[in-house]
Design a protein around this ligand. Structure first.
Ligand code: C2O
Ligand code: CU
Length: 487
């Protein structure tokens, strides 16, 4: 039986549960019909984000749904998709986390011409690594992603692990007006200089969630994707012990969540295995507590009367490693990278001794409140090694030699957390604040706290000009972006 066949059966079983109507919304918007795997059409549509009793929301969508269709391929398969743009703006599609050829990376003007209104573009590339990825525009991303353009891209392992059910949850955070329409104030300086466009309505798979029906004994693989512009999620699973098996699509030694909270910045993913060991009829709340004093209930897990099994499923869940080349850290070339800017950035720079290590220092920003005003005025609020990006085409901040190992020693000299993303590669996170990381996890997007120092290592094996940027989309638009060239 094909994997799709199995999913169909699971879905029917799920829908026959007590909360069928709501449960349906927690499944992917639409499974990969053969057609979605070949064609994505961008258009405006109406979506019932907030649910009954509220007006529908005008959104931008891929194939008429938010999220866009869940694209599923097998590891090693080739993705070939024609994208047709019926939106009032130019666009591109970026396949976040996939190690693909540079020309397919979807960065406007840098790797391709934008897809014009009414235009088409065919993306075609192989999928070297299994894992949980996603796709989204790389053009006016704050607005285009903020209006609903994103979808999951799942690359299945050749040997899938055994679970009873697999769920993909694409998390998003919308800024809606009382009439449930999207607030148009994209790109304002207030958001750009602070935490980004934090919204007021959190959805899972395009719906404000209520409950998820589960069964005692059931083992679920939960693929989480943070598609929000700016919100960082800090998920706590009361009464359960999720095991992390992958971050950003890349397998990690399976481990229980530290401190019982999973922090996921924008663009980050995690694959969890959860054994549902509550009792029939019990109810557990999944809480997002990332922003202190603003914790809220994300969704409730509700046990139906039926029990699937009484003890944990006895099956392994370690995933086979992908094919990433191992960096030679002892002989790696080191580069320092300093992130600066934003509200209260001057204060942090003074405390940390601005510019230590980089030699780039204040990057000509001068200091003092006058320059903060200038920054706000010009919209160039954030800097990487002293440079605030304007658009995607820029002089490379680093040129790396193809095939060599590199360590990037990054310092967040700002008052805000930033999820930092590198295109075209995955990297190991080898240290935080000077201490080796336990998991040496492979990521493509690493969340840095204010004042934190993080070292990442990778082999620069994919030639081309690759974006390196904060995935808080308002920070990216306000300068927090650079180009790393591999030649
Ligand atoms: Cu998810 Cu530069 O992107
Ligand atoms: Cu940022």
């Amino acid at each position: 039986m094909t994997h799709d066949g199995l999913k169909a059966i699971d879905r029917r079983a799920f829908l026959s549960g007590t909360t069928g109507a709501l449960a349906a919304s927690l499944l992917p918007g639409s499974a990969t019909s053969g057609d979605a795997k070949r064609r994505l059409v961008l258009a405006e549509t109406q979506a019932s984000l907030v649910g009954s009793g509220h007006p529908k929301t005008r959104v931008w969508s891929y194939n008429g749904t938010v999220p866009g269709p869940e694209l599923r391929f097998k590891q090693g398969e080739r993705l070939q998709i024609e994208v047709e743009n019926r939106l009032p703006q130019e666009t591109t599609v970026h396949w976040h986390g996939i190690r693909l050829p540079n020309a397919m990376d979807g960065v406007p003007h840098l790797t391709q011409q934008p897809i014009a209104r009414g235009g088409k573009f065919v993306y075609a590339f192989d999928l070297p690594d299994a894992g949980t990825y996603w796709y989204h525009p790389h053009m006016l991303s704050s607005e285009q992603v903020g209006r609903g353009l994103y979808g999951p891209l799942i690359v299945e392992e050749r040997e899938p692990i055994r679970v009873d059910r697999e769920l993909t949850w694409v998390l998003d955070d919308w800024r809606l007006r009382p009439d449930a329409q999207i607030d148009d104030g994209f790109g304002n300086m207030m958001d750009a200089s602070h935490a980004g466009r934090i919204g007021n309505t959190v959805t899972i798979n395009g719906r404000v969630p209520d409950t998820v029906a589960v069964r005692r004994g059931e083992r679920i693989r939960l693929r989480l994707i943070n598609a929000a512009n700016a919100r960082i999620f800090g998920l706590e699973f009361a009464g359960h012990e999720p095991i992390v098996i992958a971050y950003d699509g890349q397998p990690v030694d399976p481990h229980r969540l530290k401190q019982r909270r999973l922090d996921l910045g924008p663009a980050m993913r995690a694959d969890l295995v959860i054994d549902m060991m509550g009792k029939p009829g019990e109810r557990f709340t999944l809480t997002d507590s990332f922003y202190r004093r603003q914790a809220y209930k994300l969704v409730d897990l509700v046990y139906g009367s039926e029990s699937l099994r009484e003890t944990r499923l006895d099956a392994t869940f370690a995933l086979a490693a992908n094919t990433m080349p191992e960096p030679d850290i002892g002989n790696a070339v080191r580069h320092d990278i300093v992130f600066q800017g934003g509200m209260m950035g001057m204060m942090v720079e003074r405390q940390m001794g601005g510019g230590s290590g980089s030699g780039m220092g204040m990057g000509g920003m001068g200091g003092g409140m006058g320059s903060m005003r200038d920054m706000m005025h010009s919209g160039r609020i954030w800097r990487i090694n002293g440079v605030a990006a304007e658009g995607h085409v820029m002089k490379p901040m680093l040129t790396l030699e193809r095939g060599k190992s590199y360590v990037l020693a990054m310092t967040n000299m700002t008052a805000w957390p930033h999820p930092i993303h590198l295109h075209g590669h995955s990297f190991r996170v080898i240290s935080r604040n000077g201490a080796p990381t336990r998991d040496r996890e492979w990521l493509d997007t690493v969340l840095m706290s204010s004042r934190e120092r993080v070292e990442i290592a990778f082999v620069a094996d994919n030639p081309g000009d690759w974006m390196f940027h904060c995935h808080i989309l308002e920070h990216q638009a306000a300068g927090m972006m650079g180009v790393i060239r591999v030649a």
